[in-house]
Design a protein around this ligand. Sequence first.
Ligand code: HEM
Length: 486
Amino acid sequence: MLRRHARTSGARSLPCPPGPPTLPIVGNIMDMGTPSAWQKLAEYKKTYGNLVYFHGFGKSVLVINSLEAMNDLLDKRANKYSDRPMLIFGSELVGLNRTFALCDYGEEWRAQRKLAHAALGPAAVRDYVEAQEDIAAGLANDLLKTPEDFHNLIRVASGRIVITITYGTRPGATENGFVLIAEEVNRIGGEAAIPGAYLCDILPILKYAPSWVPFQRTAAYGRQAVHDMLNKPFDYVKKEMASGTAPPSLVQRLLSDPPENITNLEERIKAAAGTMYGAGAESTFSAVLTFVLAMALNPDKQRLAQAEIDRVVGMDRLPIIEDIPNLPYINAVIKETMRWNPSLPLGVAHRSSEDDVYEGYFIPKSTIVIPNVWAVAFEPNEKYDPHAFLPERFLDDSLPVVDPSTWAFGFGRRICPGRFLAENSLFIFAVTLLSAFDISPPENGEIKVHFKEFFISLLAPFDCCITPRSGAKANLVEMRAAQNAI
Ligand code: HEM
């Protein structure tokens, strides 16, 4: 006991990692910078190194700018770095921490995470391949009719992949209703995550304010939305299962064949399933949209990718997920898409649950730890410009480049459980679009690129032309979409 105390107080005498100069109370936390915080944070690397430390308003934040340090802390010391930042409004008052993506590393997280593994692991995702191919074919068919609406169509298709696989829904009013509830919860969660949006996150005592105070009313509305998001689609699956009409889905699988030793099973399935839309829809959407932009801006890469599809898949069918191992250039295009504009350039923050010492620096308990994966993606390279879209960097054995799948999906025990599903989704969307369409800049030749940035780097709507490569390809899409089971 004595020794442990001595070690802790010794650690406390070490300096925290360096960071920009500080002021009283506010510290230096305002220097983290938004929008595009990741670029500014990566620049700090030149002055302060791989670890940059911020504090202020009673919070401490460690930004990590190197893959090695991300792995050392978030993976190798996962037992100390796997909590999530606590937001009083979003987590406690609205109840978003009922879902495991936002709850601390403990019993509840472990139980829900086990459910997610059982339903989203490499073997389980094989059951969802057909639904993903159907949704990609449906998107292509919709693009034949209203190509100018591509931004919205891709958003809907990315959300549909997640909602269909989670609950086995089919297009229609019920599915749209579930999506609307989940989007409303996303909106509330997104607002709650903006630093300083709710005073109770700065002055926690305010969480006890009476129910008529405006933020408490907003919280009550949010709680109801979370309740609906968890319960309504879950009840729908149970009804479908009772009538013998439930297609394979995450909830159907977990209810009919649950992993062993999970107590409070139904409530936990509801919460685990309720996590998926918020965690998976927008990140997939962002990646697919980036892919479309990259193709419009890089016609030479697009032609190479299309030539590979035509050669390997042929001209008389659309590609399927089974084609993945046979399309190395397409796989490189997808990796480059994830690198060139990572959907989550700052990953998802973890929080430390104990004091720690790393590289001679003291990292206090409750530090919010942000992996700036953008700094890894844009690491300067003697051969390939990090700002250019060059899939070839992933096919060049002379200069190995870090594969984005090692950082884009997060770290340690919190690593994205939807990554196998997401990789299949990105592949089937990309390959279906390239097989059937040419993607090019708008007629005036100019694409104006803006980002709606905060934690997620999402492209704002932009103009581009999506035209069928031939009448035969358009027929192929229509015929494939007509066979859709969903
Ligand atoms: C391109 C698409 C996607 C990207 C880039 C992505 C990335 C990430 C990242 C960076 C994290 C945080 C990991 C960490 O804390 O270190 C995460 C967590 C998570 N993702 Fe994904 N994800 C994607 C798609 C999906 C999909 C499709 C699903 C579900 C169907 C999903 C479900 C989750 C869940 C549930 C978590 C929380 C895990 C936890 O806290 O234990 N993700 N994802």
